[in-house]
Design a protein around this ligand. Structure first.
Ligand code: SF4
Ligand code: SF4
Length: 189
């Protein structure tokens, strides 16, 4: 028979030695490894008593931002939904009516905007795709729930409120800040 590669190994079928048969040295070796780890710094945290500090750019659940005048920035263009690899975002667009200029910044807005947090993989693609700087991921964890439906976050959970603005400035890296200084890309101001 011809070998496909020269990496084949001959399996040893030798008899076990007495030390191997009684397992005692192997047990001692295992205990020694356990003892060594016992005095090392723990890799785990006793959550929820101990909480780990997150990275400032940790990707937790999303926020839909308001502009400086308190109007929703999202214009329901759908780019976030198209860019989402998990198909977690759905929305229904609506046209702004006269008198709603203080609620919605653009003539089109998302009447319904939902993210399925069970589908989301927190990749941040929606944040990158948004031309209106409307959606950002935050450092907040998605809360635990008992029902699957509770993980579908609508505007009630996603849109920030005027009295609880969420600071996303720390997510703006130097590269992003430099990019925004370019006049060609200031269409969303
Ligand atoms: S973070 Fe990624 S997976 Fe989650 S909604 Fe945004 S694009 Fe989709
Ligand atoms: S969040 Fe941004 S990308 Fe998504 S629909 Fe709204 S404006 Fe478009």
């Amino acid at each position: 028979m011809q070998n496909l590669t020269n990496r084949s190994k001959v399996v040893s079928k030798r008899e076990m030695s007495l030390a191997e048969k009684i397992y005692f040295p192997a047990i001692l070796k295992g205990l020694w490894i356990t003892l060594k780890h016992f005095f090392q710094k723990k890799a785990s945290y006793n959550y929820p008593e101990e909480k780990r500090e997150f990275s400032p750019v940790y990707r937790g659940h999303h926020v839909l931002k308001l502009d400086d005048e308190g109007r929703e920035r999202c214009t329901a263009c759908g780019l976030c939904a198209v860019s989402c690899p998990a198909e977690a975002i759905t929305m229904i667009a609506a046209e702004r009516k006269p008198g709603e200029e203080k609620l919605y910044r653009e003539e089109k807005y998302a009447a319904v905007y939902e993210i399925n947090m069970l589908r989301c993989i927190y990749c941040g693609d929606c944040e990158d795709a948004c031309p209106k700087e409307a959606i950002f991921l935050t450092d907040q964890l998605v809360s635990t729930e008992y029902e699957r439906e509770s993980f579908i976050y609508g505007k009630d959970k996603l849109v920030e409120t005027l009295d609880h603005r969420i600071d996303v400035s720390k997510r703006q890296t130097q590269e992003v800040a430099d990019f925004k200084k370019n006049k060609r890309y200031q269409h969303n101001r």
